[in-house]
Design a protein around this ligand. Structure first.
Ligand code: ZN
Length: 367
């Protein structure tokens, strides 16, 4: 199979870049539809519409219902068609962006991704996670095209809750470990091929950037401040993590995350928080040196990320519960099978138990 790397056509990031969106959208089309929930539209609509209109792009908005479901996608596509939109701009978190991606693909029009938080690596990818109207995971839709433009305003990202930014760090921290495992095993990536050196090494740069900047970036965001470290980590959370996972591939950490979602008690924890438990568990599963596992746990503590099961809602999980998690993580087709060795559920359960204990111990040492 061939090696494939794919990415969005253009990535723009900086303080107050929302005001420049018109310049970047103008080459893509003449009529834009802006999709965002009530809160996000309140935050950015005026600036976006003024900038688009100033660049000669007709602009109107539609309020996102909150769920990236087929019904909602069809409704928004109807609105876009009715208004003759040739550019769909999704603003907000993962679900609004995923809905906008699906609409762009369905209508074969340009798509712009404008994340207002740096909490996951969804903004750059060519896939949408589809949910039922009640919010249950349904399936992944893989699109032919990536967003034509990803625009990230770091002033908006820094003003959002710090917990979301931290979650983005955790999602990005997993990227290199997973891409590395996948490169070793020769597994598939998410763009229909094997990883290129480029995809794998962007994941590595993601990791190095976080290690160099995440602690001060989190402190800055906690004060709604935009520093050079905030710029570096926003890029790592959004662009490097996105390209790294999609073109590099995933492995155990995200499969363990998916397994953890089987337990209702973890639903209050955000994506990245559960991924972090998956990351430490992956390192244990791979038999990494004690010193290295400890280093990653310490880094997690420095950033303010969960390292124990109780911190993601699982106070006293039974062995049976962890077996459910491990079975789901090892389901056929799960990315855990991209690890460079055969993985069985019992190994996963025991890795999670061990990671949890190491996390408890490191946390106790600090108090
Ligand atoms: Zn993720």
């Amino acid at each position: 199979m061939s090696r494939i790397f794919k990415s969005p056509a253009r990535y723009v990031q900086g303080r107050d870049v929302t005001g420049d969106i018109g310049t970047h959208v103008e080459p893509l089309g003449g009529t834009a539809l802006v999709l965002g929930d009530e809160f996000v539209l309140g935050l950015v609509e005026d600036t976006v519409v003024t900038s688009l209109t100033g660049a000669g792009v007709d602009a109107s908005s539609v309020t996102f219902g909150g769920e990236c479901s087929t019904t909602e996608i069809d409704r928004i596509a109807g609105v876009a068609e009715e208004r003759g939109a040739d550019v769909v701009i999704g603003a907000g978190g993962g679900k609004a962006l995923d809905a906008a991606k699906a609409v762009g693909e369905q209508l074969e029009v340009a798509m712009v991704s404008m994340p207002t938080i740096a909490s996951t690596d969804a903004p750059t990818s060519a896939l949408s996670v589809i949910y039922t109207e009640d919010g249950e995971f349904e399936e992944y839709w893989f699109h032919d095209n990536h967003p034509d433009l990803v625009l990230v305003d770091t002033a908006i990202v820094a003003a959002a809750p710090t917990r979301l930014f931290r979650g983005g760090v955790a999602d990005a921290l997993a990227t290199w470990f997973e891409a590395d495992a996948n490169a070793q095993s020769g597994g598939d990536n998410f763009v229909g091929g094997k990883p290129t050196r480029t995809g794998t090494n962007l994941a590595k740069l993601c990791y190095e950037t976080l290690r160099a900047h995440a602690v001060s970036a989190v402190e800055a965001v906690d004060r709604d401040a935009v520093s050079e470290s905030v710029e570096a980590v926003t890029e790592a959370n959004t662009l490097l993590s996105g390209l790294g996972f999609e073109s590099g591939g995933l492995a155990a950490a995200h499969a363990i995350h998916n397994g953890l979602t089987q337990l209702e008690a973890t639903h209050e924890a955000i994506h990245g928080e559960k991924v972090n438990i998956g990351t430490v568990s992956q390192l244990v599963l791979e038999g990494r040196d004690d010193a290295f596992v400890e280093e990653i746990i310490e880094f997690s503590l420095d950033v303010g990320l969960p390292v124990t099961l109780s911190e993601i809602g699982l106070d006293d999980p039974t062995r049976d519960q962890l077996d459910v998690v491990a079975e789901a993580a090892c389901a056929e087709g799960e990315t855990i099978h991209n690890e460079p060795f055969a993985v069985e559920p019992a190994m996963v359960r025991d890795a999670i138990l061990t990671a949890d204990r190491l996390g408890e111990r490191a946390r106790a040492d600090r108090s």
